[in-house]
Write a protein that binds this ligand. Structure first.
Ligand SMILES: Nc1ncnc2c1ncn2[C@@H]1O[C@H](COP(=O)(O)OP(=O)(O)OP(=O)(O)O)[C@@H](O)[C@H]1O
Length: 256
């Protein structure tokens, strides 16, 4: 199977802090891939570099066989991104936001209107389509952000914490849309802290810790006989304070 995303020796530092220290990330085409790791592991930094938002200090990135930093415009035409801390044009309605995105992508107006209507329906946003995005709830924002990222039918979709703050019903809708999308051969890569969700959805997992990939492959291989949560703890838990050791003796005490 060809790779949809491949990085080699990807490197980024912020001052003295090495955020991504030589990452070889591989995601085969058609995967529903999860990028997991503890806070500060380097997931967002990695995704930002792969999607052309942050210039790497070193290393190679290929998306669908195209070098991201040599041909960023071509790559951006083939990818969809739902970034962390999603910033949207707040003073547009959901429908206007999709129309605007469609025009930016050079899709004919009629086609944009048709796709927007279908996406709004599937995302259960039709009733709120003419409401300003500023008045959307967190879950609605994620859904309209995902609709905007899907509008141009990208080959690869990158999602940074897509389920954070999303209620179970909306999460289910997102999952159904993403499942349909990967079933047609497109690739999804998403970062998450929710191991159950990654275990349920993903067929491929990359585990990051301290700026490195510490495990990567088909879900069944990375997990082995354990739950993904246990595998995660085994892989990244070493050397971390479990919270059961020294310190915090005062916490919960009623005597002081
Ligand atoms: N703009 C920045 N300036 C300075 N340091 C940064 C910057 N962005 C990230 N870092 C540092 O790089 C490291 C990796 O951060 P990153 O946001 O990529 O981690 P993450 O795995 O996405 O974490 P989380 O799960 O908490 O979102 C952290 O130590 C962070 O403090």
């Amino acid at each position: 199977m060809a790779d949809s995303v491949r990085t080699q020796g990807l490197f980024k530092r912020f001052g003295q802090q090495v955020a991504v220290g030589g990452v070889d990330l591989v995601v085969p085409k058609g995967s529903f891939a999860g990028l997991v790791g503890p806070n500060g592991a380097g997931k967002t930094t990695t995704l930002s570099m792969i999607t052309g938002l942050l210039r790497p200090d070193g290393g190679l990135i290929e998306v669908e066989g195209v070098n991201v930093w040599r041909d960023p415009v071509l790559v951006k035409s083939r990818i969809g991104v739902l970034p962390e801390g999603l910033r949207l044009f707040e003073r547009l309605s959901g429908r206007e936001l999709l129309a605007y995105n469609g025009q930016l992508r050079g899709i004919p107006r009629d086609e944009v209107a048709r796709r927007a209507e279908e996406l709004l329906t599937v995302m259960d946003l039709l009733d709120s389509a003419d409401k300003l995005v500023v008045d959307y709830s967190t879950g609605m924002r994620k859904k309209i952000g995902l609709a905007a990222a899907l509008l141009h039918n990208p080959a690869v979709l990158f999602l940074d914490e897509p389920f954070e703050g999303v209620d179970p019903v909306s999460a289910n809708t997102l999952v159904e849309v993403l499942r349909r999308y990967t079933a047609s051969g497109s690739t999804v890569i998403f970062s998450s802290h929710v191991m159950d969700l990654v275990e349920r959805l993903c067929d491929w997992v990359s585990v990051m810790s301290r700026g490195q990939i510490v495990a990567q492959g088909p879900l069944a291989e990375v997990r082995g006989e354990r739950s993904l949560n246990q595998a995660f703890l085994d892989l990244v838990g070493a050397g971390r304070d479990s919270g059961e050791g020294e310190g915090l003796a005062w916490l919960g005490s009623t005597s002081a």
